[in-house]
Structures are given as C-alpha cells and as structure tokens.
Design a binder for this molecule. Structure first.
Ligand code: XUL
Ligand code: CO
Length: 480
C-alpha cells in the first residue's frame, strides 16, 4: 500500500516535471504542450558552474581551460580568426555521447542527462548546449533532428516534440550571436531505415524520409541555420545480389531534387551539403568520396544546388588524405563546410577523434585560405571524447585543443602563403605551360598533329627534379 502511494507521488511529480500525460510517461516520451512553456521559463541553473568563460592567454599559458593559439578577434590575412574558423559544436557527440561502444554500456553520466528520452531531458541538453557554446565562445552548433528531441509514437507526435525543443532553442538563441551551422535529418538510427531512406526498396520509407527532411529543414530555417547537411547514413548496400543499384541511385537523385525544390519553396537560403563517406554503416556507401559525389551530382544536374561537407576521418576511410578531399572540392568550387576530426593511423573505422595534428591542420588551412574561407560553412567538431574521458571539463579541454590546433594551422598556413616559397616551387614546375606551345594547348588552338610536329622538332628532354624533399623542408619549417 505504502509502496503504491510512493509510486503515485513519483508519477505525479514526474508528470509535473516532464509535463507529460500519464500514458506517455510509460515510455518517457512527452508531447509538446503549453506546460512546456512554463518549464522552459523556469530554469535558472548552470550545468558547468565550475567553468567560466574560456579566454585567450597566449602560447605560454599552462592553463588547460584557456586558448593558447585561438584569439577570436585577432586578424590573420585581413580576416578575424573567428571568421576564418567559424567553429561549431556537434550536439550529438557533446550532449548525447555517453561513451557507449559495441562492447560496453555508458561510461558517462552528464549532469544534464538522466539517461531517459523524455522531453525534460531534451530541454536540459539544449540548455547545456547553450551554456557550453557561450562559455567556449563558439557561435555555431550542428544537430540531427533526433538528437535534440525524442521520437514519439507517431510522426505527428515526433514533430510536436521537435517543435517544443526548437522553441526552447530559439528562446536561448535570442540576444546571442548563436545559430546552427547546419541541421540534418537522422535517417539511419531507427529500424525503419535499415535498408536506407532515399535508397530503401520500400516506397513508404522513401516518403517517411522525405517527411523527416522537410521538417528538419523547416526547423533549421526557423533557427537561422546556415546550411543543411545530407550524410547518406544507410544510402548504400551490403551485397549487390539483392540490390538494384541503378534504381537506388536514381531514387537518391530524385530525393535530393525534391529536397532542393522544397528548400526554394521554404525560402531557406542556406547551402545544401552532401557529406561523403565510403563505408560504415553499409559496406558500400554511394557518396564514397568527393570525386564520386561530385560525379553523381553532375550526372543528375544537381551540381549547382549542392556543395560538400568534408570530414577528415571519412577521407582517411576512403584511402585519401584529408587535404586531397578538400583540394578536390575546392578546385571544383564545391568546398562547402568541414567536419573537423581525425581517425587513428592504426584503426580502420570512424573513430571521430578531435584533430590535434598541427601539420595536418596547416595543410587543411592552406586549402581554406586558397578558398578565401568557407563561409557560410564552418568547422564543425564532429568528434567525441574517448570512452575513458568522463569529466565534464574533458568536453571543454577537447574543444579547446581542437580549436587551438586549427588556429595554429591557420597561423602557419598564413605564413606559408605570405612567404611564397612553396607556391614559387609549384609555379616553377608548371612554367613550361606559359610558353606559346603551352598556351596553344590550353586555348585548344592545336591538335595532335601540331603536337607531333613540336615533339619531332625538339630534342628529347629529361625533366628536372620534382623537389619533393625541398617542398617538405619548406612546409615543415613553418609548422609550429
Ligand atoms: C557520420 C557523420 C555524421 C554526419 C551527420 O560518420 O559524420 O555525424 O556528420 O549526419
Ligand atoms: Co560528419
């Protein structure tokens, strides 16, 4: 009897806290309603009371909770560091990551997370997000629809949950300079997407995915998001024996066409971005790498409607260096945004680590400088703490280290550009194309017959040294 009474009180309290109707308490998913408004207004607490605003203290500082290289307002090559770098925090890793791996249960229990999928917890995660962004001095965040709000029993209920959390995010954004760098629809976690979304053999799943993207784009727009990302979560295959690859690729193209049409209808000005990745979770992801994805867009007449969001760890999985992917996109005018992370040299899967390699950061920033920056894209930390890192301050330390690494890369790359020696080495290698013969090749005024004549008239030449070691010596002399 006493037990029953206690349970009744517990349920009543959670009803008040969670503002859920009782039937929904059971699965800890709450509907959006007016009560949410009251809960949103009332919160006055802090989740990181022992951490204050992170400041720039310069390279001699030993304070783990200070920037040593990232000085937001400092100008590098005529642009503020914060405008070159446009850092963004990935909501899913930072506020949903609990250390779970395929061998083990969660290792982290954050103060904003009670481990349930209730709306109350979703509100708390969002509040933690804004406190974190403000203390870190970062103006952007990225999210999947399902990271920020719980899935309901129906799509209608799920959308209402999303609306409730977005209303809170909008309120928390007011009076700040914070916006989403991008939003995206999570089309890979739920069982319904096990065969893919746009490439699912089942038309009702294609429709559900479209509805989800429509809504995710709407809320991204409402929050002033600057881009919208499509990472092809399960758009790929496990075996061709049960797969109609032609049909799947055509469906994927159609899905993207419809998304682009809806973007215009909605009046969303942000850039649509595809994020290449070669495998994981499927054996073969259709957006394998930058070149494959650009070819796909070109074939389907979508090149002018999409750009690319390039992730370093995905480049590694595709057997490329990160700069290969960035340069491939840059020279084709397709470099849209960057998922700043890295893999592990000895590990063949997507470890999503914070990038702390200064030489790598310098190479990345060389491309970014050549691109004139990547706005309205930015540097999204698609990176997570290791399973063993369980202190709240580790979240700050990881981001500070990631931001300082990119800032060092920017400083180094700027000095390489200003010095000019590396560029002259490259220019010298191709200088023969400035000759009349080279110019005639470029403008298309000669063919194979004229080239044969030129070869017959000139002596067989041994080309000069490629000077790779010299190039490396010059590059590394700037890496500090
Ligand atoms: C997965 C990945 C995603 C995308 C967004 O490897 O990178 O987090 O960035 O869906
Ligand atoms: Co990513």
């Amino acid at each position: 009897m006493a037990m029953k009474g206690l349970m009744f009180i517990a349920v009543s309290i959670s009803c008040i806290l969670c503002a859920c109707s009782e039937d929904l308490i059971a699965d800890m998913t709450c509907r959006a309603n007016l009560e949410n408004d009251r809960i949103i207004q009332e919160w006055k607490g802090e989740f990181f009371p022992n951490i204050s605003y992170i400041r720039y203290e310069g390279p001699t500082s030993r304070n783990p909770l200070a920037f040593k290289w990232y000085n937001a307002e400092e100008e590098i090559l005529g642009k503020k560091m914060k405008d070159w770098l446009r850092f963004s925090v990935a909501f899913w890793h930072t506020f949903r990551g609990d250390g779970t791996d395929i061998f083990g249960s969660p290792t982290k229990r954050w103060p904003w997370d009670d481990g349930t999928d209730s709306l109350t917890t979703a509100f708390n995660r969002m509040r933690a997000n804004f406190e974190f962004l403000q203390k870190l001095g970062v103006s952007f965040w990225c999210f999947h629809d399902r990271d920020i709000a719980p899935e309901g029993k129906t799509l209608k209920e799920t959308n209402a949950n999303l609306d409730a959390v977005v209303a809170l995010a909008k309120r928390l954004q007011e009076g700040t300079n914070i916006n989403p760098l991008w939003g995206t629809a999570q089309l890979f976690k739920h069982q319904r997407y096990m065969h893919g979304a746009a490439t699912s053999p089942y038309v009702n799943i294609f429709a559900y995915g479209a509805a989800q993207v429509k809504k995710a784009m709407e809320v991204t727009h409402e929050l002033g998001g600057q881009n919208f990302v499509f990472w092809g979560g399960r758009e790929g295959y496990q075996t061709l024996l049960n797969t109609d690859m032609k049909k799947e690729l055509e469906n994927m193209a159609q899905f993207l066409k419809l998304a682009s049409m809806y973007k215009k209808k909605l009046g969303f000005q942000g850039t649509l971005l595809l994020e290449p990745k070669p495998q994981e979770p499927t054996k073969h992801q259709y957006d394998w790498d930058v070149a494959t994805t650009m070819g796909f867009l070109e074939k389907h007449g979508l090149s002018d409607q999409f750009k690319l969001n390039i992730e370093c760890n995905h480049a590694t999985l595709a057997g490329h260096s990160c700069t290969h992917e960035l340069e491939m996109a840059r020279i084709h005018g397709m470099f849209g945004s960057f998922d700043a992370n890295t893999g592990d040299a000895q590990t063949g899967w997507d470890t999503d680590q914070f990038l702390v390699d200064i030489a790598e950061a310098t190479l990345i920033m060389l491309t970014v400088i050549k691109n004139g920056g990547i706005s309205p894209g930015g540097f999204n930390f698609d990176a997570k703490l290791r399973r063993e890192s369980v202190d709240v301050e580790d979240l700050f330390i990881a981001h500070i280290a990631g931001m300082d690494t990119m800032a060092r890369g920017l400083r180094n790359a700027a000095r390489i550009v200003q010095d000019g020696a590396l560029q002259s080495l490259v220019d010298r290698r191709y200088s023969s194309f400035d000759s009349p013969l080279g110019k005639a090749i470029k403008d298309g005024s000669i063919g194979f017959e004229e080239l044969e004549q030129a070869a017959l008239n000139s002596e067989d030449q041994v080309p000069p040294s490629g000077k790779q070691e010299l190039a490396e010596m010059i590059f590394y002399s700037f890496v500090q």
